[in-house]
Design a protein around this ligand. Structure first.
Ligand code: GRF
Length: 190
């Protein structure tokens, strides 16, 4: 699999550790749109090849797809990746692109709903539950089929920051495992 991330990459690091000694799945490439993203440093430390693909480079579909093919990528994990993927790329990996959202979709999703914006919106709405949603990516982004959700109770004393910490724990616990289950169930030899 390839991991695409734009920022610090705590989920990416968690995937690299989870799949390090896996018998049939590995992280073979880490891609960022942002050359200074900390996730690239984490990948280098883990000995995993990296690539930087800023927005305009995605227009060259042949070059992009050949990069992923060279690393024998058959699945894509988005881990805090802040750009939309082009349709040719989504078509190349049908039902094999995963995303995680730090709330219970379909609520608190869509444009502008990322990072602390999500947790602030959850607290401001006064809802009693939040959680994570792991879903497949199709051309409508946050609307792809949901594979897994885990919930937690929002406590009256929670702030966006405390909620973010709790949600991140859930992400680390469930994201690699959910992707593994899906890939093993839908395995096609390459
Ligand atoms: C996570 O909260 C995830 O839900 C969202 O982006 C964030 C990435 O965080 N899609 P990190 O860089 O993995 O710490």
């Amino acid at each position: 699999m390839a991991i695409l991330a734009s920022g610090s990459g705590s989920n990416a690091a968690n995937f690299m550790a989870y799949y390090r000694d896996h018998p049939c799945i590995s992280v073979s490439l880490v891609v960022s749109n942002n050359a200074s993203a900390y996730v690239l440093e984490r990948a280098r430390e883990a000995g995993i090849p990296t690539a930087v693909l800023p927005g305009p480079m995605w227009e060259d579909s042949r070059a992009v797809l050949s990069l992923f093919d060279r690393h024998r990528v058959t699945a894509i994990v988005l881990a805090g990746y802040m750009r939309l993927l082009p349709p040719y790329f989504i078509r190349k990996y049908p039902n094999r692109i995963f995303n995680i959202h730090p709330a219970l979709l379909p609520d608190f999703g869509g444009k502008g709903m990322y990072g602390m914006h999500v947790h602030r919106a959850v607290i401001n709405a006064g809802v009693t539950r939040s959680g994570i949603t792991i879903h497949l990516v199709n051309e409508r982004y946050d609307e792809g089929p949901i594979l897994f959700q885990a919930t937690l109770e929002v406590q009256p004393e929670d702030t966006p920051e405390t909620l973010a910490t709790k949600v991140q724990k859930l992400e680390h616990k469930h994201y690699p495992k959910t992707v593994e289950n899906h890939l093993l169930k839908n395995h096609t030899p390459v």
